[in-house]
Write a protein that binds this ligand. Structure first.
Ligand code: UFG
Length: 335
């Protein structure tokens, strides 16, 4: 049995990945400081998988505790999700982001080095491409100057890992994860007003928010709204299992990076229309001003993930918006 330490394993992408790890014969061990999720997620993972998962309420910046857990569970590899991810907040509080996202990574890797653990999968982001000159972007597309401290932590994180020859690293550059587990038991738990499009859509549809503002319709796209590559969180979770498998099979490879998207771009208005059609609900929305810092269009070339990791996305935009809505409705019935 391979024991995988999953930092941030009760978060949105982390919890779905823990489920996939268990379903593929791995033993995850979760650490999470619960800064952006709830402890109930642990029991929900157990309901989905029928398995108990070891959990520690800990911060990745606690090196003693990390080493203790690594020894106790005979950890063979790490998937590192634990990080802050709100772009706007990172502009307001940059040091909070550098401390947690960079300080946390350095602490984690130091603990790995001390314990002789080499395998790490790192959560990176398509934000490293900034506003690309052309889409789809592949892994050799230029890295643009980060437009926020959050984005910078992802660029620096990749650089730190690629500078550590004692590691076998895979950095996954996520595009826009949406959707939820089909069970309706786990999904995204945005605290406060959501920053991201789909949680805002579902909260508006259920009446928690009065209206959605579409941030600008004067971009150079087919309907004037921004284009993103939305990917189902379950497909994204499966990419992590493939990455762990790949590292196991290629122990001599030091560092590699993969785009994790579907390869398709959709506009904001297409997402709204698909959400309304698939779920048969009417969404109250208006067109507003552009949001500062938004990229006009970006979507992935996913050939490398397909050819090298043997991973590709299978779930459709319909699956994404249906499960997002199912999750929002099931949240409404929770205590
Ligand atoms: N949008 C709206 N209204 C909203 C929220 C979003 O119109 O209320 C639009 C945005 O302007 C954008 C699209 O929906 O065009 C997607 O926005 P999100 O905030 O959902 O996602 P982003 O692409 O801006 O950000 C995501 C991640 C970041 C990451 C970035 C990389 O949330 O962590 O992708 O490009 F840095």
């Amino acid at each position: 049995m391979e024991n995988i330490l999953v930092t941030g394993g009760l978060g949105y992408i982390g919890s779905h990945t823990v489920v996939e790890l268990i379903e593929n014969g791995y033993q995850p061990v979760i650490i999470d400081n619960l800064s952006n999720t709830k402890i109930d997620v642990l029991e929900r993972i157990e309901r989905i998988t029928g398995k108990k998962t070891p959990f520690y309420r800990e911060d990745v910046r606690n090196i003693e505790k990390l080493q203790q857990i690594m020894t106790e569970h005979d950890i063979n590899g790490v998937i590192h999700f634990a990080a802050y991810k709100a772009v706007g907040e990172s502009v307001e509080e940059p040091l909070k982001y550098y401390d947690n996202n960079i300080g946390g990574l350095i602490t984690l890797v130091s603990a790995m080095e001390k314990k002789g653990i080499r395998s790490i999968v790192f959560s990176s982001s398509c934000t490293v491409y900034g506003e690309p000159d052309v889409s789809p972007v592949n892994e050799n597309s230029p890295i643009k100057k980060a437009s926020s401290p959050y984005g910078n932590t992802k660029q620096i994180g990749e650089e730190i890992l690629s500078d550590c020859p004692f590691l076998n690293t895979i950095a996954l550059r996520y595009f826009n994860p949406i959707g939820a587990h089909p069970s309706g038991l786990i999904g995204e738990l945005p605290l406060g007003v959501p920053n991201n499009l789909v949680p805002f859509i579902t909260q508006t549809a259920i009446g928690l928010r009065s209206e959605l503002t579409v941030f600008g319709d004067d971009y150079n796209t087919k309907d004037g709204t921004c284009i993103r590559d939305y990917i189902h969180v379950v497909d994204l979770a499966k990419a992590h299992v493939k990455a762990v498998d790949y590292i196991k099979q290629h122990p001599d490879k030091q560092f590699d990076v993969f785009n994790i998207g579907t390869g398709n771009g959709f506009t904001v208005l297409e997402i709204i229309k698909t959400f309304e059609e698939v779920n048969q609900v009417k969404l109250n929305y208006t067109i507003g001003n552009r949001r500062a810092g938004d990229v006009e269009k970006v979507w992935a070339n996913t050939d490398k993930a397909k050819n090298v990791l043997e991973w590709e996305a299978h779930l459709t935009l319909e699956d994404m918006v249906r499960t997002s809505w199912y999750w929002q409705k099931s949240l409404a019935t929770q205590p």
